[in-house]
Design a protein around this ligand. Structure first.
Ligand code: ZN
Length: 255
């Protein structure tokens, strides 16, 4: 569900609630929402229950945000569920772009990876990236990744495709895949790498070598900011941005 504060803001923006921050109740939220639906949602019926109205408000907001939820009918279907996920991502991306902290880290801390992701080698799934990747010179058509971060990785790559387009992805080398699952310890350490849990991905390792810093790693250049933004918007951590080394590496776990 979209939180009440966001719904209130939308209603205030439409003039159905005062914009002065007056104390609001669930009842006047619904009453204002009914006025909005009456005006803008063709399927709205005053006989709808308050619960149905509340859900329809989510659908109305998502529709206006450009997310196709299959119409505003106050009924939760798969398109509404998928819409919520997209809406959340949009909001997170907006927050990241505005330099605001993430609202809810989607993943675990690195130290809890075994509990969250399961033992190395388990809970794997296969995804097909939305654009073609290359491992060296070989095309990569699917990736093995932990199921808990698979959809998130797909969304990040879709956002990257939306932003850059396939041609620019190739020109910039954003399609240079460096691997995901690899049951090994961290370089120079004894703890397991996040790659062992299949929740980390390396990109363009040749031009972002382990010891390169922001002066030499290509991902530190401005034209790559949207690439790293897309991963961070999904709650992933870029070691380059966080620690200024291993710029090739993004992981679905906090440090
Ligand atoms: Zn890595």
């Amino acid at each position: 569900m979209i939180d009440d504060t966001t719904v209130e803001r939308a209603l205030a923006g439409k003039g159905f609630l005062p914009a002065d921050g007056a104390v609001r109740t669930a009842a006047n939220l619904i009453a204002a929402g009914r006025q909005w639906l009456q005006r803008d949602a063709p399927k709205y019926n005053p006989a709808w229950s308050d619960g149905r109205v509340r859900l329809a408000l989510d659908q109305q907001i998502m529709t206006e945000a450009g997310i196709d939820v299959g119409g505003v009918d106050g009924v939760e279907g798969v398109m509404t569920q998928y819409g919520w996920e997209q809406f959340q991502n949009k909001e997170r991306r907006g927050r990241a772009a505005a330099g605001l902290p993430r609202t809810s880290p989607a993943f675990c801390k690195q130290s809890d990876a075994a509990k969250f992701y399961g033992a190395p080698g388990t809970n794997h799934t296969t995804i097909t990236p939305p654009y073609r990747l290359f491992y060296g010179d070989s095309p990569v058509r699917s990736m093995t990744i932990n199921a808990k971060c698979a959809q998130s990785a797909l969304r990040a790559m879709q956002a990257i495709l939306d932003h850059y387009g396939a041609d620019r992805i190739h020109t910039l080398g954003l399609d240079r895949y460096g691997g995901c699952y690899n049951n090994r310890v961290m370089r120079g350490g004894t703890k397991l790498s996040m790659h062992a849990y299949a929740c980390a991905i390396d990109w363009d390792p040749a031009r972002n070598p382990l010891r390169a810093d922001h002066r030499t790693a290509v991902f530190a250049k401005p034209e790559y900011a949207a690439f790293l933004d897309a991963w961070e918007a999904e709650g992933w951590t870029s070691l380059g941005r966080a620690r200024d080394f291993d710029w090739m590496h993004v992981q679905a776990a906090d440090l």
